[in-house]
Design a protein around this ligand. Structure first.
Ligand code: SF4
Length: 381
């Protein structure tokens, strides 16, 4: 059976290449081709001898994600990518431009077991964990798609060039938008619920693909014991906590994970999370009208965050007809909430909701693939 080289850790890949009677230098070349030049075939590896490439073709392969659709939001340039995995399951990744940043939000699971009440992904339940290479492949695939040199219709993306009416060229006129600058684990799934594979992915993203740890953020709903493990095994990765409530009573209702790890335990883990100078933990706070957006909530949040180097991102809720019990907090109330935090010396930012027009905003990822018109248009919602 052929071996998928992307499924191997760096150490395993080196061992495999040694087993082919080749030097370690060859392993480095292959790693470079796969993770830096995004090669998906051995034919592309032109600095390997023809005989070695033929040998590799017989013994190994390089997996890649199949792009099913790419939708580009007309409002803010946010892009949503729908990928098919080898077993036919689908995942979504979202690319968010913001000034000089191009952040890729990646998925760590197919579906999610956490069941947050305001989240569409949470309603799917967990289908399966992603493998480390499937997590990294989102970065590789999107990097390849947005790179200027491969933007024209290409045989590498037959699904797009042959049948995809929504295919658009990259946002033009800004070279900074052709390279991912930041990675966030905020797509489908709870990354700490798939810890071994996410950890391996984190190591490859930073050590092999070459992203600075400062530019990689893992967002969790708060699996407290794993926060300690993350600090130990992947130090200096940015941590974001999706907190969203200031009492256990409310958090239990909207985020079932809180019934297992209460706010106190979660925040204790945050207090012990080692931070380098000038680094903070980001607390994501989704404002829900009448549920968690009162002045008392803001005051309680200030208390909860005492002793934690933190900043707060206030996130406007993207309404969904499927969740009529949740409504968006008004702009005035959002600003008042922000001011209360700021008056207490907390950095609080109202995050612009991006990608809402293409169902790519927070809590909207679902990875459903509808063929609306068999020849031209695809829509994910
Ligand atoms: Fe899962 Fe995150 Fe959705 Fe909660 S918000 S259900 S953790 S994907």
């Amino acid at each position: 059976m052929k071996i998928n080289l992307k499924a191997l850790t760096e150490k395993e890949l080196k061992k495999f290449i040694e087993g082919q009677k080749q030097t370690l230098y060859r392993a480095k070349q292959i790693i470079n081709w796969i993770y830096k030049k995004y090669a998906t075939s051995f034919e592309e590896m032109t600095d390997l001898s023809k005989s070695f490439r033929e040998l590799l073709n017989k013994t190994a392969f390089i997996s890649s994600l199949k792009l099913l659709s790419r939708i580009i939001g007309t409002k803010d340039g946010t892009q949503k990518f729908l990928f098919e995995l080898e077993d036919g399951e689908t995942i979504e990744s979202v690319l968010i431009p913001d000034k000089d940043r191009l952040t890729l939000c990646i998925s760590s699971q197919v579906g999610c077991a956490m069941g947050c009440k305001f989240c569409v992904t949470g309603q799917l339940g967990l289908k399966r964990n992603l493998k480390a290479y499937e997590i990294i492949d989102q970065i590789i695939s999107v990097s390849k798609i947005i790179a200027p040199s491969v933007i024209p219709p290409s045989p590498l993306y037959p699904a797009l060039s042959q049948k995809c009416g929504v295919y658009q060229r990259g946002v033009r006129g800004d070279s900074s938008l052709s390279k991912i600058t930041n990675i966030v684990f905020m797509g489908m799934g709870e990354p700490l619920h798939n810890f071994p594979e996410v950890l391996e992915a984190l190591l490859r993203i930073t050590d092999i693909v070459g992203f600075s740890k400062r530019r990689v953020t893992l967002s969790t709903v708060g699996i407290a014991p794993k926060i300690f493990e993350l600090a130990e095994k992947a130090p200096r990765i940015n941590l974001a906590i999706s907190i969203n409530a200031t009492t256990d009573e409310i958090r239990n209702k909207i985020m079932p994970i809180n019934q297992k790890y209460h706010l106190k335990e979660l925040l204790n883990a945050c207090r012990k999370f080692p931070l380098e100078p000038r680094r903070q933990i980001t607390f994501e706070y989704l404002l829900l009208e009448g549920i968690n957006d009162s002045k008392e909530d803001a005051l309680r949040l200030i208390n909860l965050l005492k002793g934690i180097k933190s900043k707060v991102n206030l996130i406007p809720y993207n309404p969904s007809p499927k969740r009529p019990e949740f409504r968006t907090t008004s702009k005035d109330k959002t600003i008042a909430f922000q001011k209360t935090l700021q008056n207490a010396g907390i950095t609080a930012i109202i995050r612009k909701s991006k990608g809402g027009d293409i169902f790519a905003a927070c809590g909207q990822l679902k990875a459903t693939y509808f063929v609306r018109n068999s020849s031209t248009a695809f829509k994910s919602s």
